[in-house]
Design a protein around this ligand. Sequence first.
Ligand SMILES: [Zn+2]
Length: 274
Amino acid sequence: MLRRGLLKTLVLAVIVGLSGTGCGAIRNLNLYSTKEEVQLGNALDKAIRKRQEMLGDARLDSFVAVRGRRLVGHSRRRDIGYHFAVVKSEAVNAFAIPGGYCYINLGLFRKSRTEAELISVVSHEISHVVNRHGMKRLSQINLAGALTETLLGGRGTAANLAANLFTSSGMLYYSREAEREADRDGLIMMYEAGYNPMGMVEMFEMLRQGRKSEPSAWANLFSTHPVTDERIQSARTQIAQLPPKEGLMKNSPQWAGIISYLNRKYPPPEEKEE
Ligand SMILES: [Zn+2]
């Protein structure tokens, strides 16, 4: 048995070793079946829930889940079930893990100025699942000759370690190219589902702005999803190329109600002066 410290070192070594690789073929290789992915997702979800409290608010969860499933209906991947949960955390963050699990922090929900902004993040996270980005990352690690068995063993420390790989506090996250792909596919997905894709640009701009005014609350999302000029420009360019479409919405009729419910039930924490 590998002890945890050793395991961590091994993972880090593998990641460092891989970070220099520029081979698209290796980056896109997925060694795992859908069944294995779903098993891993289930185990990771349990591990994540042990360390990260979910809000457990049926109304907020269902607001996200109903829209998330509608988005999935416009995606290229409908062979698995998708799960959506609002996380009890004010950090402005969201993440997805293999097997169809998407987590949206309360803080991100609260900061979204429009439904389209919130949806842009949900679409982005779904796109990581659709493109199997997590499983491709694991495949890279496997190729480097480590850990598969431990990761898929799915118990105790191994599951925790695997959870580390995919959460905001983790050592490993998706590559820049995976982020670009999630932006592109996410933007199309929200547009197909009837949302105004400018919501993505506006979300990026808000994230960039928020980081300047409240660095601590925003640091998390920035470490995993750095918003760069390139990302904003790419989204604008992509939108300019989309065929015009009538009735794209920024907010559904339920938006105002859900936000006022959220702020009533979970009043914003006092703004801290940095
Ligand atoms: Zn991402």
